[in-house]
Design a protein around this ligand. Structure first.
Ligand code: SAH
Ligand code: SF4
Ligand code: F3S
Length: 442
């Protein structure tokens, strides 16, 4: 009897990789593999990687190194790397790591089963990192129709054409393409029929959805069409580029009752001088004006953001402008990143003499400010009764379930798994750093 085939998969990075990993799981199952949760139990080990910062990339090399002894014990073991580090490093990965068997880029996820089978049969080393043309990419768009979860990501676009000066994404994901709205809506209808209640439309810059296709829906019109699908109760989207946040999309927060009252609107920095160097295409005043309009049409809306600290040449004055903006917007959450130079990006060419200690000190100050604002924002929920869409059993223990409020915060509370997929009123009892505790109100 042939030995059972097993694989272990670990995913890093953003929602795009999460969706690609779902496809990896499906396609490997189709060639007879079973997923395992321990590396030691696997005959095939895969990492789906992120290269947005140097730290993320170094982690991949570290991780792969730790698999080397496993391969020494079991020469039949297959080890592969996909995602953005694979795309960026390509052949270099195979050269640096002799025990690595296969490398597949961001446009080549569909090739994985074929590659695995080639390694199984002939013990060849495989590399696929070619970018594909538009037509082929459209035909291969990730698509899932099983409604086996309450909440699902739906990819509406891929790639990015913005070339923010610090960012590797356009280099590793390729040009931006939007998927036809008819396909997106058909997928969501199927998901809904299968029990999905919440969809998050994803892309690197969903606000420019459809912009370059004659006759295609605008992103706001796409949201309105999703709103009309029976069974879908909640709509989210990510990520928004502030430059492309249209008046029509802002208005959608008032007119579409299924649209959750949360927007991730990364500002990156509060200084006009740095925003320009970052090639972001908006000013501080333009950003704040959009925030003001969002709060005007939807006073309850909560914003989250990404901020990069220590962009090359950032002065104390630039940084003070960021702190000031954070205090003005009062974000519910901010993901703060230390600037990391990425190969091939425009910012990597800028002279950069900011001492690491200064960067770190600014990072800590921003974190402290945001922590205090975030604490106040979330503390305000205590005592309120909020609708929570139940997503599953909680990791908190037996008898606990979890779901999210409209603001995308996880709430853990006692309840029966039978409530999964239903929206229930929950009184918030406590706000912790990243989650809340509550009780169902009957
Ligand atoms: N498309 C999304 C973000 C993708 S990357 C958007 O535009 O919002 C996620 C976040 O990583 C970015 O928002 C940015 O804050 C951060 N990031 C990207 N490149 C970086 C770099 N070189 N150094 C530090 N942070 C970076
Ligand atoms: Fe990167 Fe800018 Fe594109 Fe976001 S919009 S993925 S930050 S280039
Ligand atoms: Fe990382 Fe690639 Fe996403 S670089 S953030 S996994 S597009």
């Amino acid at each position: 009897m042939a030995a059972e085939k097993t694989f272990y998969l670990e995913t890093f990075g953003c929602q795009m990789n999460v969706v690609d990993s779902e496809r990896i799981v499906d396609s490997l199952k189709q060639i007879g593999y079973r997923q395992v949760s321990l590396v030691e139990d696997a005959g095939l080990i895969l990492l789906n990687t992120c290269s947005v910062r140097d730290k993320a990339e170094r982690k991949v090399y570290g991780h792969l190194g730790s698999f080397k002894p496993l391969k020494a014990d079991n020469p039949a073991l297959i080890i592969g790397v996909g995602g953005c580090v694979a795309q960026q490093e390509g052949e270099r990965l195979l050269e640096k790591l002799p025990f690595l068997d296969l490398v597949f880029g961001t446009h080549n996820v569909h090739k994985l089963p074929e590659m695995v089978q080639a390694v199984e049969k002939n013990r060849v080393r495989c590399l696929e990192t070619d970018f594909l043309d538009r037509e082929t990419r459209l035909a291969l768009f990730p698509r899932r129709t099983e409604g086996d979860m309450v909440s699902r990501f739906v990819t509406v676009m891929q790639g990015c054409d913005n070339f923010c000066s610090y960012c590797v994404v356009p280099h590793v994901r390729g040009r931006e393409i939007s998927r036809p709205s008819a396909e997106i809506l058909a997928e969501i209808e199927e998901l809904s029929a299968g029990g999905v209640r919440e969809v998050t439309l994803i892309g690197q810059n969903v606000n420019s959805y459809g912009a370059r296709i004659e006759g295609e829906l605008s992103f706001a019109a796409l949201l309105a069409a999703v709103q009309a699908i029976d069974g879908i109760e909640r709509i989210r989207f990510t990520t928004s580029h502030p430059r492309d946040l249209s008046g029509e999309l802002i208005a959608a927060f008032a007119t579409l009752d299924k649209l959750c009252l949360h927007i991730h609107l990364p500002v990156q920095c509060g200084s006009d001088r740095v925003l320009k160097l970052m090639n972001r295409g908006y000013t501080r005043a333009g950003y704040l004006d959009r925030v003001r309009r969002l709060k005007e049409v939807a006073p309850e809306i909560r914003l989250t953001s990404d901020i990069i600290v220590g962009f090359p040449g950032e002065t104390e004055e630039d940084f003070a402008a960021t702190l000031d903006l954070v205090a003005e917007v009062r974000y519910a959450d901010v993901f703060t990143f230390l600037y990391s130079p990425r190969p091939g990006t425009a910012a990597a060419e800028l002279s950069d003499d900011l001492p690491a200690a200064v960067r770190q000190e600014r990072f800590d100050r921003l974190l402290a400010l945001q922590e205090s604002i975030g604490r106040q924002v979330w503390a305000a929920d205590v005592g309120a009764v909020l609708p929570v869409l139940v997503e599953g059993e909680s990791r908190q223990g037996e008898g606990q379930i979890f779901g999210r409020t409209t603001w995308n915060r996880i709430v853990n509370f006692p309840g029966s798994p039978e409530l999964i997929g239903r929206t229930v009123p929950v009184r918030i009892l406590r706000s912790n750093k990243n989650t809340q505790l509550g009780e169902i109100v009957i």
